[in-house]
Design a protein around this ligand. Structure first.
Ligand code: AMP
Length: 397
């Protein structure tokens, strides 16, 4: 894998695609600078070598054209705080004369932040001319934005065509690729993949891609009930995707074929309402009473899953076990997170990825007890589905 570790950036103007798509409050202040801080090691490497860094990113979802709400100018104070004593310039457009002049005047050790790439609709279209205009600003390309690596946009993939062998993955991207690689190849066994979340349809390709790799699947969340129905169980009012019953059946058959143990929760915390003010009962997951829906895994399931997790040497977790946003239905997700933390302490490698599971890990303060927490939602999911991400492929080609 080509990374920046062994490259000397002296007098190089490195164009770095970063992910500064950070949350802002109503005063346009950055409320969580995690993504900015995550890009600093790569920026510092370039600057410390005696090069300069031209940073490009998107912010939010502008409709095309300038919109001050989404200006990257808002992230300048947070970026400066992460890079004290560094001169940081800002160009009010990411291409054209302003960007070109600012890039040309950039001195070694300095940083130039370009305005939001998505003020040009050409960015998301992967337009070649726009990519070439961006490429002309620097003489080396680094992609360090894992969150957009699954998109074939101008700044994430197409631009790489203009840099032949003068391109590499940044430290953050390289870490993602290395860690996600540990749950896809050269796996230490037993390997337990815990897949939860609302729907089977959004996780089916991950299940298919992992079925010949894992030893155990643990299934939680709303997707449980499509499998239960496919097995002939009674699901009451629980979330079911009837159009996925055949796919669910296929997964069950593939698990038998590959000798994978498929664990569904033996019991579930159920309610007669999708809310916290209904009648709450624990029921056998195969026999949910009519009028009730399963909204979390039950106490027996927590113990059942915990034992499997503690036996693992490799653990992947994507998707919550229940409606963890509501206190009444958060225990399953929390306890599974704790079991993963305990297995990690015993020596297992654990990786958590995908928006809601990362939110859950943070909610229960477990992030530091997990081996690796992936920063990419959609990108991580597509990687797990076995798709070659355009942002990575463009560096490798
Ligand atoms: P996903 O984005 O597919 O990972 O799904 C996450 C969402 O699934 C969360 O917002 C949860 O509230 C929801 N969820 C988890 N368990 C259930 C359930 N048993 N029934 C309905 N929704 C659920």
């Amino acid at each position: 894998m080509k990374t920046i570790r062994d490259i000397n950036f002296k007098n190089v103007k490195a164009l770095i695609r970063v992910d500064f798509n950070v949350p802002l409050n109503e005063k346009f202040e950055v409320t969580d600078d995690t993504r900015i801080r995550a890009a600093i090691p790569t920026i510092r490497k370039v600057l410390n070598d005696g090069g300069s860094a031209i940073l490009m990113s998107h912010l939010g979802r502008p409709k095309g054209g300038f919109d001050q709400k989404y200006s990257l100018k808002h992230v300048l104070p947070a970026l400066q705080a992460s890079l004290p004593n560094t001169v940081i310039h800002f160009a009010a457009d990411c291409i054209g004369p302003q960007a070109e002049e600012a890039a040309a005047a950039l001195k070694p050790g300095e940083v130039l932040l370009l305005e939001n790439l998505r003020f040009h609709v050409e960015e998301e279209k992967g337009d070649t001319l726009f990519s070439q205009q961006l490429a002309s600003l620097g003489n080396f390309y680094i992609n360090d934005a894992f969150g957009t690596a699954h998109r074939r946009h101008a700044s994430t993939a197409v631009i790489a065509e203009f840099f032949k062998d003068r391109k590499a993955l940044g430290f953050l991207m390289a870490e993602e690729v290395k860690n996600i690689g540990r749950v896809l190849e050269n796996i230490e066994r037993p390997y337990v993949a815990i897949i939860g979340g609302a729907k089977v349809s959004s996780k089916i390709n991950i299940l298919k891609n992992l079925v010949d790799k894992v030893d155990h699947f643990i299934i939680g969340g709303g997707m449980v009930f499509t499998f239960i129905k496919a097995q002939g169980g009674q699901v009451g009012n629980s979330l079911v995707e009837n159009e996925m019953l055949e796919d669910a059946q296929n997964i069950l058959e593939l698990c038998v074929k590959h000798g994978v143990k498929f664990h569904l929760p033996v019991d579930s915390v159920c309610s007669d309402k999708f809310g916290e003010d209904g009648i709450i009962k624990v029921m056998d997951t195969h026999q949910i009473e009519s009028g009730f829906m399963g909204l979390d895994i039950g106490p027996k399931a927590i113990e059942q899953f915990r034992q499997v997790i503690l036996s693992a040497k490799t653990i992947l977790w994507n998707g919550p076990m229940g409606v963890f946003e509501m206190e009444t239905f958060q225990k399953g997700t929390q306890m599974i997170g704790i079991a993963i933390a305990d297995a990690t302490e015993k020596g297992a490698f654990s990786l958590v990825g995908g928006g809601d599971s990362v939110a859950a890990v943070n909610k229960f303060n477990l992030a530091t007890s997990i081996s690796y927490v992936s920063t990419g939602g959609g990108a991580m999911l597509e990687f797990m589905e076995g798709i070659k991400l355009p942002g990575i492929a463009a560096i490798e080609s």
